[in-house]
Design a protein around this ligand. Structure first.
Ligand code: F6R
Length: 618
């Protein structure tokens, strides 16, 4: 996700901020920028570049030669969410009078309404970001008589819906930096002699100071050479002590998790919230997908849907098929991206082709999108990386908003793909009038409850670790599921083989008796997804068949299913949810299981052998 660094003090702030931004590079970004005042300068300087930080550093090095020495500096690495990666969309953003500069992480949900209102008052917008609305809003507060930068920021934030970590400077108050947070992390490093470094992540701070103040939601901090003041949106002054950070550089990037993969699995609740934010109004039973507006008319009369994707994204597509067919009654085929072009295809203008890709760069999926367009179909992308090749190729799309995924094996992106497909299924069902109000509301209620239920699942981590230890020497695994959780079984097997190098196969449970059962013996464990849903009894039959052949069983069951203990003592329980949403909860234990087994076997979890994060060759 985007990274923020800010500085106020007597050192050369440009150096401190660029160094901090380098420390945040691991988070992924597509553009970067800084804003600062040189010593004795009244005017704000803003420099932004697209691509790697080197380009920005190159320009700043020249500035430094000509004497630029920032005492109040803010910097940002952007990972696009609203608007493509470009110099214009990069942060810092500035107001009309070029007096205020702001960097922002998070999403301003009511940015469209703010933009409209501010434009009517004469504010001119230059970028397509949600952030720019906020800088104009602060500018407005100053024009309307705010007495200080703190006051202007505080008043502006009262009108904002959504999440933010922001840092603001203004040429009217050149010796002051104001920061605030709601939902996006922000911490303030306290250096010597009233020197402060603000960052979205401790790794940008820890080489300068170990003393940090953590801002909580709806808190602001005002920093100057005279010291700092912490206050809330209602302007109550707050008193907070600095804490000591004990993490190393690398540990800070992983936020205390031993691997990025584990950190990303634990991000599931936030990832779901980010995917849903501003799109689902559960009480009203409404799903809004702004990215589909350009193809909305066409969606009314398409006859079929084809989903094309690879690997984990393909498995998300298989679950998407069940979701869309259930909610919108449109027939869906799911095809590997690599096969789409070569299979004799009936895809034509009456079809909608949905391509799913975390990276947005997978060559096989990109070619599938191009081929679909050649055949006259409309294309929709479900993509995590904004402005990626697939995002640019498709006619319309829905971004996952999962943030950059650093571990090679996909985990949080899969979760966000499922949530996005669930929203799409409801959206299509609403367009097609195949969903009753009651069914839609019930489903959305469960959808918004997922983050809470995910947290419950994540609490099972130690139970899962214990089971993983017991089975870590196994040479083979079978994963079984049915209906919505057949693809979850495939994904569980893929995760395990990718990072632990254990041979694993996923099967729809009903297929086991048609072949794989020959493999079962006391050394061949089976992970069975046996939730109390419409296929529970069917799964139990398969489990009986495994037991009859002395195969060890690990059961993934619905919390409260105590009867399951008669089949095995290796049980992981997840909360009840709508059957169609159960893969979101069921996949988390499988991700954790693969993770722990890989750790017990000493594998390089984040960078498994022979695999690349984005596969840009066919
Ligand atoms: C599995 C994994 C791969 C990707 C596949 C498609 O953990 O990461 O199977 O899912 O290479 O990648 P994207 O989604 O970027 O198109």
């Amino acid at each position: 996700m985007c990274g923020i660094v800010g500085y106020i003090g007597n050192k050369n702030g440009i150096d401190v901020v660029t160094r901090g931004l380098e420390r945040l590079e691991y988070r992924g970004y597509d553009s970067a920028g800084v804003a600062f005042f040189g010593v004795g300068q009244k005017r704000l300087q803003v420099i932004k570049t697209v691509g790697r930080l080197d380009a920005l550093k190159h320009i700043l090095a020249k500035q430094k030669k000509s004497g630029a020495f920032g005492t109040a500096v803010i910097g940002h690495t952007r990972w696009a969410t609203h608007g493509v990666p470009s110099k214009m969309n990069a942060h810092p953003h500035i107001g009309c009078k070029k007096e205020i500069a702001l960097v922002h992480n998070g999403i301003i949900e009511n940015s469209d309404a703010l933009r409209e209102a501010l434009s009517r008052e004469g504010h001119v917008f230059r970028s397509s970001t949600d952030t720019e609305a906020l800088v104009h809003l602060i500018e407005r507060m100053i024009s309307f008589g705010a007495l200080s930068l703190e006051d202007a920021v505080r008043q502006a934030l009262r009108h904002v819906r959504g999440t933010f970590g922001i840092v603001v400077i203004s040429s009217r108050w050149p010796n002051r930096v104001v920061a605030a947070r709601r939902g996006s992390p922000l911490l303030v490093g306290v250096g010597k002699k009233n020197e402060y470094i603000i960052a979205s992540d401790a790794s940008a701070i820890s080489e300068h100071t170990k003393r940090v103040i953590y801002l909580d939601d709806n808190e602001l901090i005002s920093l100057s050479s005279e010291g700092h003041r912490i206050f809330d949106i209602a302007n109550n002054t707050l008193f907070k002590n600095a804490s000591l950070i004990t993490w190393s550089q690398e540990e800070s990037q992983k936020e205390g998790f031993p691997h990025f993969m584990l950190k990303e699995i634990f991000a599931a609740p936030d990832v779901i919230e980010n995917a849903l934010r501003g799109r689902v109004l559960a009480k009203e039973g409404v799903v809004k997908l702004g990215g589909l507006e350009s193809v909305q008319k066409k969606l009314e009369w398409i006859k079929r849907i084809v989903i094309a994707a690879c690997g984990t994204s393909y498995y998300a597509g298989l679950i998407g098929k069940y979701l869309i067919e259930e909610m919108a009654k449109i027939p869906v085929d799911v095809v590997y991206g690599s096969e789409f072009r070569y299979a004799p295809s009936t895809v034509d203008r009456s079809a909608l082709v949905i391509v799913i890709s975390q990276s947005g760069e997978t060559a096989d999926t990109l070619e599938a999108a191009r081929e679909a367009k050649r055949r006259g179909a409309k294309t929709v992308g479900i993509v995590n990386v904004v402005g990626s090749s697939i995002a640019r190729e498709v006619h319309a799309g829905i971004y996952n908003h999962a943030g950059p995924e650093i571990a090679v094996a996909s985990t949080k992106a899969f979760i966000s793909q499922l949530v996005t497909l669930a929203m799409l299924a409801v959206f299509l069902g609403t367009e097609r009038k195949t969903l009753s109000d009651e069914k839609r509301k019930e489903f959305l209620k469960e959808l918004v409850a997922l983050p809470r239920k995910c947290r419950f699942v994540l609490k099972q981590d130690q139970v899962i670790k214990k089971i993983a230890k017991k089975f870590s020497a196994a040479q083979n695994f079978l994963f079984l599921g049915r209906k919505f959780n057949w693809p979850t079984a495939l994904e569980g097997a893929l995760k395990l083989k990718e990072i632990s190098y254990i041979h694993a196969e996923g099967y729809p449970a009903g297929e086991m008796k048609h072949g794989p059962i020959a493999l079962i013996d006391q050394h061949f464990p089976t992970v069975a997804i046996a939730l109390q849903d419409s296929v529970y009894e069917k799964i139990i039959s398969a489990i009986q068949e495994v037991r009859a052949r002395k195969g060890p069983i690990i059961g993934l069951v619905t919390a409260g299913d105590s009867a399951f203990q008669k089949y095995t003592k290796h049980i992981i329980a997840i909360p009840q949810t709508h059957e169609a949403l159960s893969p979101v909860l069921a996949v988390i234990p499988l991700q954790l299981f693969a993770y722990h087994i890989a750790c017990f076997r000493g594998a390089d979890v984040d960078k498994p052998r022979n695999l690349a994060k984005s596969v840009t060759v066919e």
